[in-house]
Write a protein that binds this ligand. Structure first.
Ligand SMILES: *Cc1c(COP(=O)(O)O)cnc(C)c1O
Length: 429
């Protein structure tokens, strides 16, 4: 079928599309993806020359914008020396320097970094750390992990089980949930009392609790207060349960502070990082554990060692990108930049609170979300026509149209991005 868009499509797209299986895509009905020729700063350049602001920064990774010269130079230099070497029995400078620097950025006692290639695997490793530490300490019965409604922790089998059971993206995989306890995040004293009683009952079979601190991202851009995290920390301490913060989305200034745990003033036993770690250059993620957890693996018995080791663990190109990305995040102006961006997002989206289809408008750091009635969010095409690339989240209870742009977005670009959302929704009135 010849449509005008396929006529304009580059040859490689037409030739390859019979062989590509796209993510979260109903191929029977989905429109063609947009062919991207290159990307610069906050903008994607399509094969026909059109430029779009990337409102979601390549799934929240491209924090410094595309083709940042510092990142490009670091990866190019690494490529000349060593693109990759296995991490088993061998070591290279970039990975060791990266682990050391991450540990200095995180509060003590978070100090042991396990490098992997994707966020889902980082969460898997965090789960394995909690589970195996409990077993090593003589408590194999502590197998279960508590996770929260509205959460998202990845797409692999174990991480799917942690995602919101109703609203998550994995309804096609009903699970044996024996190892996962789902709970709602308590919101008032009465709910906390019930939650604490349940926690005390279940704790003897639990090794960990996992939460995305302050912002539950892919599960619907839902916010909670630091107080939730303080109370969870206290409960975990009281009952000998490890606390895991999944900061794959929130880390590196997305919520305003370097890590959400900095704003909360709460230190977990494990934190997972990913997404913006390499500034969108290469796939890299990690789980960072406390020294106490690490020590639970030390023994003369070889099988007490953490049983994990991905083939591309500590990839040298990815580590070089991450080190350069950390340099940019070290800029003193970063928090101020995000605070300014936050103000622009709020100014641009706030008027939508009066819109009849809008249930809520939320801004936190460099995230702005418009919550709509289910099915109400216009499709990506509507924003593309207005110069912005966006992908609304479609959940059972609501649609969430959100911006998680590069942190370097300018005021004019923020106005354009918010304006595209407002215009798309106004066209529905
Ligand atoms: C994206 C995300 C993951 C999964 O990361 P992948 O790299 O896509 O596997 C896990 N947890 C959170 C909070 C995320 O936002």
């Amino acid at each position: 079928m010849a449509t005008s868009s396929s006529d304009a499509a580059p040859r490689w797209l037409a030739d390859g599309e019979a062989h590509v299986w796209r993510p979260y895509c109903q191929h029977h009905t989905a429109p063609r993806p947009l062919p991207v020729r290159e990307a610069r700063g906050s903008r994607l350049v399509l094969s026909d020359g059109r430029e779009l602001i990337d409102g979601i920064a390549s799934w929240w990774t491209a924090a410094h914008g595309y083709q940042h010269p510092h990142l490009v130079a670091a990866v190019a230099a690494q490529l000349q020396r060593l693109p990759h070497v296995a991490f088993g029995g061998l070591a290279h400078e970039g990975a060791y320097e990266l682990c050391r620097r991450l540990a200095t950025l995180l509060p003590a006692p978070l100090s042991r970094v396990f490098l992997v290639e994707s966020g889902s695997v980082a969460v898997e490793v965090a789960l394995k750390i909690c589970r195996q530490a409990a077993a090593n300490q003589g408590h194999p019965e502590r197998r279960r992990v508590m996770a929260f409604d509205g959460g998202y922790h990845g797409d692999t089998f174990a991480t799917m089980r942690l995602c919101d059971p109703v609203d998550g993206m994995h309804r096609a995989f009903p699970q044996n949930e024996a190892d996962v306890l789902h709970a709602a995040i308590p919101s008032d004293d009465e709910e906390w009392a019930a939650f604490e009683a349940r926690f005390a009952r279940e704790a003897p079979s639990m090794c960990g609790v996992i939460i995305e601190p302050l912002l539950q991202a892919a599960g619907g851009m839902r916010l909670h207060s630091s107080d939730v995290l303080r109370r969870l920390r206290a409960l975990c301490d009281a009952h000998g349960v490890w606390l895991v913060f999944d900061e794959i989305a929130t880390g590196f200034f997305r919520t305003g502070s370097r890590f959400a745990l900095d704003e909360a003033g709460v230190t977990p036993d494990v934190v997972t990082l990913g997404k913006a770690l390499t500034g969108g250059m290469l796939p890299l993620a990690c789980a960072v554990a406390s020294e106490a957890l690490f020590e639970a693996f030390l023994d003369d018995e070889p099988s007490f060692a953490l049983q994990h080791g991905p083939t591309y663990m500590g990839n040298a190109l990815a580590c070089a990108a991450a080190l350069a990305s950390l340099d940019l995040f070290d800029d003193e102006g970063m928090a101020t930049q995000v605070a300014r961006l936050s103000g622009w997002l709020w100014a641009g989206l706030r008027p939508l609170r009066e819109h009849p289809l809008v249930l809520d408008v939320r801004v936190k750091g460099a995230m702005g979300a418009v919550v709509l009635r289910p099915g109400a969010a216009p499709s990506s095409e509507s924003y593309v026509q207005r110069g912005v690339f966006l992908r609304p989240l479609r959940l059972t209870r609501c649609d969430v149209l959100y911006l998680m742009p590069p942190l370097v977005l300018s005021e004019a670009e923020a106005a354009l991005a918010c304006g595209a959302i407002v215009a798309s929704l106004d066209a529905l009135r």
